[in-house]
Design a protein around this ligand. Structure first.
Ligand SMILES: [Zn+2]
Length: 508
């Protein structure tokens, strides 16, 4: 309750500044003035000084953090760039990252105290809608090196002081503290781990990289570790090391990093089941020699509608198993997932229903979806498991070369869990290796067609992976037994529908 009241208080703009300034003042007052003075003289920026002392939070977001903030706490400030507009002194530790100074894409050096505004403008321009954002910051290794050098130096110089602590806030975290709160206000959304990411990438100049390489090889040649995270050499050698380190840090090229920023959304998934009513629609887009096979694909119909609704860059369609282009998918439908990449928006539950409705009311009625919904990334695991189809039910329109007899009906329906040997069908030999597999036909039922003695509907339930067309006509003896061999006549399959799929794992 109290925190909500505090939030309400802070949301009044007038209070934000005074609250912040008070906090900033308190923070500054608590710092040891001699050490601060020393760090300022080393050319270290205000935010870096905060992080050296392990300070966290919104104080980093205070506007215009110039060394003058230390004026009250520090007796004598060294001459700084404060009132000098000609040249801004770049921080020797963060190389300007925490001063919002950087090189832009064409190399121009910019200092932009409105970095949050620059970022929020990009997000809005790119058309992203989100309730949350999270910052991904990438910092060049030289900054880490600088931090380590300074930390070693501080430990030697101030290690015995009561205020000294090893903990230093990373440049990455300090940048996040500086940007999170202003961005929350500008974007009107919360900073928390979600699918929408803002990526800030800093890269060091080539000179800085070269310098770092030299320093690293120089360090390797010495025996003591410069970095105090490693072993602890004697205090004398430490003293030497630390002064070397600090000297090195100050000799580094004082050049701002190149800065690039972008945003994206991590993939999310739609799950559901599809029905295919056409014998001229493939499951995925199917092109042979620049020629499209079939009039459309399930992938394009479903994925295309989702892509448009989410304003995404692209999508990937994954289905649990497949059926041939000329086989309809009926009954409860086949489970599928659509992976949506870099969407500008994540649809609400209501808009998901709208997408489903839109697909289902398309004029051509080739494809329908059921139970369309957003599923977490676990949907993908479910799908992989789901690929282990267990049983499938079909309805096949069959022709035989002689009239159907009553005993045929009884014979066929009496067979339970019939074992069938299938050699790889002739029609798929070009893409599948020649193998012999045993499959099980769980049950069969013949449904006669009025006034037609040589045509009938064969309903059958089989183990997943059974080649149904071959089971009917025998594939020149490569499938045995077959409907043809059992009835002692020629059998042809005219049409086939999948009417049910029992999955290992049920997705919907
Ligand atoms: Zn700095």
């Amino acid at each position: 309750m109290l925190s909500r009241m505090e939030e309400a208080k802070e949301s009044e703009l007038g209070n934000v500044t005074s609250e912040n300034e008070k906090t900033l003042e308190e923070v500054v007052q608590a710092l040891p003035s001699d050490a601060v003075n020393h760090l300022v003289s080393l050319g270290i920026c205000v935010r870096c000084i905060f992080r050296v002392f392990g300070i966290e939070g919104r104080v980093y977001a205070s506007p215009s953090l110039s060394p003058s903030v230390f004026a009250s706490a520090v007796e004598q400030l060294p001459p700084t760039e404060d009132n000098n507009n000609n040249k801004h002194q770049l921080c020797t530790l963060c190389l300007g990252i925490l001063q919002f100074t950087f090189r832009d894409h064409d190399g121009t050096i910019l200092r932009n105290d409105d970095l949050p505004l620059l970022i929020s403008d990009m997000v809005k321009r790119d058309g992203y809608h989100s309730d949350t954002f999270s910052l991904e910051v990438s910092i060049p290794p030289i900054i880490l090196h600088n931090d380590n050098s300074l930390r070693s130096y501080m430990k030697i110089k101030y290690g015995s002081q009561p205020w000294f602590q090893e903990r230093c806030i990373s440049t990455k975290d300090a940048l996040k503290f500086s940007l999170q709160h202003p961005l929350q206000n500008l974007l009107e959304c919360k900073s928390t781990m979600g699918s929408f990411r803002i990526r800030l990438t800093y890269t060091a100049s080539k000179d800085a990289d070269k310098c770092l390489d030299n320093a690293e090889s120089c360090k390797r040649r010495k025996t003591g570790e410069c970095n105090l995270d490693g072993q602890k050499p004697s205090s004398i050698s430490l003293e030497n090391e630390s002064s070397d380190c600090c000297k090195f840090m100050l000799e580094m090229p004082n050049e701002p990093c190149h800065f690039a920023y972008s945003c994206y959304r991590t993939p999310f998934y739609f799950g559901g089941r599809y029905l295919k009513y056409s014998r001229n629609v493939s499951q995925t887009r199917w092109i042979i020699d620049d020629e499209r096979m079939g009039e459309a694909s399930v992938e394009e119909i479903i994925g295309g509608n989702i892509l448009q609704a989410c304003q995404a860059d692209s999508f990937k369609f994954h289905a649990a198993g497949r059926e041939d282009i000329d086989v309809r998918m009926l009954g409860p439908g086949r489970p599928f997932l659509v992976e949506v990449q870099n969407a500008r928006q994540v649809p609400s539950e209501l808009s998901v229903k709208d997408i489903e409705k839109k697909i289902n009311t398309m004029e051509n009625k080739l494809v329908r979806v059921k139970n369309l919904k957003l599923v977490g990334s676990h949907g993908w695991d479910l799908m992989r498991e789901g690929e282990a189809e267990k049983q499938k039910q079909y309805a096949a329109l069959v022709w035989i070369s002689r009239p159907l007899k009553d005993e045929d009906l009884q014979h066929v329906s009496s067979l339970k869990d019939l074992k069938v040997l299938q050699r790889t069908p002739v029609r798929v030999l070009h893409r599948r290796s020649p193998l012999e597999r045993e499959k099980i036909i769980h049950w069969m039922k013949i449904e006669t067609i009025a006034e037609s003695s040589q045509y009938f509907l064969l309903h059958l339930c089989t183990q997943a992976g059974t080649y149904i067309k071959e089971f009917v006509h025998g594939d020149l003896g490569r499938t045995h037994p077959s409907i043809g061999s059992m009835l002692g006549c020629r059998a042809e399959i005219l049409q086939l529908d999948v009417t049910d799929i029992k999955m290992e794992c049920f997705l919907t």
